[in-house]
Design a protein around this ligand. Structure first.
Ligand code: NAP
Length: 282
């Protein structure tokens, strides 16, 4: 299979390239190679004639999406439409990477693929629009919802990832205050990339899939787990999300699960693997 990865230098894109290279031909497209909001720029996909395109491009700093919703829609929604249209034209399968933030967090239990989205911030609304554009403009498409990613490359759009942020703060002796009332499914980008590869290889029915590491925790529990695994003592203080000034509303409980047979290892095992890969753990 020839697979084009849009956002190939991003946190997920980096691991998608690695994971697909073990058995497939990869066209790694950086932001310089393609600007998803520009339909002319998306024509670069036609030149490569891929069998599948994985679109990881996003404007995803939640606070900035609230400030600049037009930009969020341009990249996350119009960009998804442009990519899906080209895929449809050239007969490529289109994979759109989405988020747990399409849900409002009121369910109080993990969301599966049958649950109805109801995003409560501009980022989530724009990503849901991207999902709909992808599904409605490319018949042969997958929407893969991920959450709370950590990968060796770190999110270029967010300036790193949570794991590195807390480790860095602890090293500098800074106080660690982490919210304990927001629950999510931490997900290792290597595992998410492998799930996306399996989906494409299996030829599973087109549609929406959740692909997060198994289980869930609060950000506070996640921070504590990092230091437990590292065997480092660090003082982590639980705080409430109301202690943080924020423009965007965020879902309080956005854990994901799959009723479509996607099964990834537990998040603690994945975190341990990440810490090894990153060289924090020998
Ligand atoms: N990070 C998370 O916790 C998280 C959680 C759930 C879902 N997701 C979704 O997962 C996907 C990947 O996230 P990530 O953490 O890997 O993000 P990332 O590191 O910021 O990667 C995004 C990639 O897309 C590129 N890009 C940005 N805007 C673009 C545009 N207009 N046209 C073409 N390329 C563009 C970026 O290039 P430059 O950096 O050079 O601009 C970067 O290579 C996103 O769709 C995001 O919505 C992320």
């Amino acid at each position: 299979m020839k697979v084009a990865v849009i956002g190939s230098t991003g946190q997920l894109g980096t691991d998608l390239v690695k994971v697909f290279r073990g058995g497939h031909e990869v066209i790694a497209l950086t932001h310089r190679d393609i600007e998803v909001e520009n339909p002319d720029s998306c024509r670069v996909l036609e030149e490569h004639e891929p069998d599948a395109v994985v679109n990881t491009a996003a404007f995803h700093r939640t606070e900035d999406c609230e400030l600049y919703p037009e930009r969020a829609f341009l990249v996350n929604a119009v960009g998804a439409k442009n990519v899906a249209e080209v895929c449809s034209r050239i007969g490529a399968v289109c994979v759109y990477i989405s988020t747990d933030y399409v849900f409002d967090g009121c369910k109080g239990a993990p969301y599966d693929e049958e649950d109805v989205p109801n995003p409560i911030n501009a980022y989530g609304v724009s990503k849901l629009a991207g999902e709909l554009f992808t599904r409605n403009y490319c018949e042969h498409s997958y929407v893969v919802r991920l959450a709370s990613l950590f990968g060796v490359a770190g999110a270029s759009g967010k300036g790193g990832n949570f794991v590195e942020t807390v480790i860095g703060k602890a090293r500098r002796g800074e106080e660690l205050r982490v919210v304990d009332d927001v629950v999510m499914s931490p997900t290792y980008t290597v595992d998410a990339a492998s799930a996306i590869r399996s989906l494409l290889e299996s030829g599973a029915e087109y549609g929406v899939y959740h692909a997060t590491n198994d289980g869930y925790c609060s950000w506070f529990e996640f921070a504590k787990a990092i230091f437990e695994i590292l065997g480092v003592s660090a003082s982590v203080k639980p705080i409430s999300s109301s202690d943080f000034a924020s423009r965007a509303r965020r879902p309080r409980f956005s854990a994901l699960t799959s009723v479509k047979g996607v099964k990834l290892r537990g998040w603690r095992d994945a975190l341990k693997e990440y810490l090894k890969e990153k060289g924090h753990l020998t």
